[in-house]
Design a protein around this ligand. Structure first.
Ligand code: SAM
Length: 218
């Protein structure tokens, strides 16, 4: 497959404007803003739609899925408080854009996607762009116990509840960010593991994600 990866002044300028827009919307973490300013989001779009790539909107990527809205990516990334070298499990690779942002923040990323077409695309595109996470194909609703424990877990699809098995894969002091709700709307939830069986849960703003589909999901 031939990809067209050209980062012109027009796209670079649009990316800077997107960063300013996210700052105005309340994203304060300078490292997250720098990551958004660095990753060429238009590389995840067909060239015909490059003019849509730096709008603050989700966009179809095929197979009924979407590349998340930049604000949502920045919001989840900011909540994760990633430290350099953190082991991060990502459920729902999708386009791979969020994966690149996590890697720009210094994470070692283990990312799972259940849709084969999307998986096949990201395993080619991301390394070509210079990002080499650990890719997995399959149902991530039970986490990825073989590589646990993780410092951080991010779920990028809407879950009906917090999967218990995934929680147990957090390190002590580890943090999960997951949207939880019904098909129409989900609350962003953060869960901090404070003890072997103790977790602190905080509910934040409302979002609308595509559903998390699987054994411990819809
Ligand atoms: N953050 C991604 C991006 O920037 O492109 C967007 C992710 S998209 C909103 C959610 C993804 O989760 C979809 O690609 C979907 O196929 C995937 N997904 C849903 N349920 C899943 C599961 N149980 N395991 C792995 N991936 C899943």
């Amino acid at each position: 497959m031939a990809y067209k990866f050209v980062d012109n002044y027009r796209e670079q300028g649009a990316r800077k404007q997107l960063v300013r827009h996210l700052e105005k919307r309340g994203i304060e973490d300078k490292k997250v803003l720098a990551a958004i300013g660095k990753v060429p989001r238009h590389f995840f779009f067909d060239e015909t739609f490059w003019n849509q790539a730096y709008r603050d909107i989700a966009f179809p990527i095929g197979d009924g899925q979407t590349i998340s809205q930049p604000y949502t990516v920045a919001y989840q990334s900011q909540l994760l408080h990633i430290n350099k070298g953190d082991k991060v499990l990502e459920i729902g690779t999708g386009s791979g854009y969020q994966t690149c942002i996590l890697m720009e923040l210094g994470a070692e990323v283990f990312t799972i996607e259940r849709q084969e077409n999307l998986y096949n695309r990201t395993i080619q595109v991301l390394p070509y762009m210079g990002y080499k996470p650990h890719f997995f194909l399959g149902d991530g609703s039970m986490g990825k116990p073989e590589h646990a424990p993780y410092d951080r877990i991010i779920v990028t699809a809407g879950a009906p509840f917090v999967p218990e098995k995934m929680l147990k894969q957090l390190k002590l002091g580890g943090l999960m960010v997951i949207p939880v709700g019904d098909e129409k709307a989900q609350k962003m939830v953060t869960i901090l593991r404070v003890g072997e069986n103790d977790f602190e849960r905080i509910e934040l703003d409302t979002f609308r994600f595509v559903p998390l589909v699987g054994d411990q999901a819809w």
